[in-house]
Design a protein around this ligand. Sequence first.
Ligand code: FE
Length: 291
Amino acid sequence: MSTSSTRGIARLVRGMPTSDGAGVKLTRVIGQGQLPDLDPFLMLDEFGTDDPGDYIAGFPDHPHRGFETVTYMLDGRMRHRDNHGHEGVLVPGSVQWMTAGRGIVHSEMPEQQEGRMRGFQLWINLPAREKMTAPKYQEFGPQRIPAVTVEGARVKVIAGVVAGLAGPIAQPATDPTYLDIELEPGVRFSHALPAGHAAFLYVYEGAMRVGDDDRPAPVDTHQLAVLIGGESVRLEGVVPARKDTAAQPAARAILVAGRPLREPVAKYGPFVMNTREELMQAFEDYQGGRF
Ligand code: FE
């Protein structure tokens, strides 16, 4: 006889409006007072606006060391350029998984003057043994992200495996899961997660219910649910309670999980190391042009 249980919601968090870069307006969901981090996840920003004034200033040259940044574009185009000669344009539906390692200096600038810009940037920590690794990129256009429909649930697999389809991202250290899930009202989706992995669901359109049939808990638009316990996650699309139901019939969310590192974190802005001494070294190396 087998037993199975589903993950429940440990807490619900709403993001905080903030601005970063040269004045880009965004919502910080992980990495703010209510949820400073969720090991191995250091930060989650949602950006979404139709107003160029909110994004046009972009993110001019800035450094990173000691972790990974994952950019998932839903709408809009962003040009990326770094000090090692790497450059590219992120288009809608694309993913850039950047391992900053021992250091890069880069810019992330909108490649458009108008229209909608929407997506996520997630920061994932690196273990001590990989913090000073050589910088590298895993970049995939929309056609490289597998899309699968499971009993009505539409899922894009950025990292992890759904119905035998594996996402393109490889990161053995944290073994991440990153799914973009779309559920019509009443449609359900279950996904097994490794025991002990930190996990969250962030709903960005509509609403979903999480958990067993007998005690499902709602997660509303722009809410993050920290998911604990259990071997799988069970989700269901919810009929929107809003007046503009015709505009958003389906619920959309990202489901993200990863193995916690359980190491000391010393961070300051774009540097995330294990000790204060390593942080000081990061500043010195950056100021000395050694990124
Ligand atoms: Fe950056």
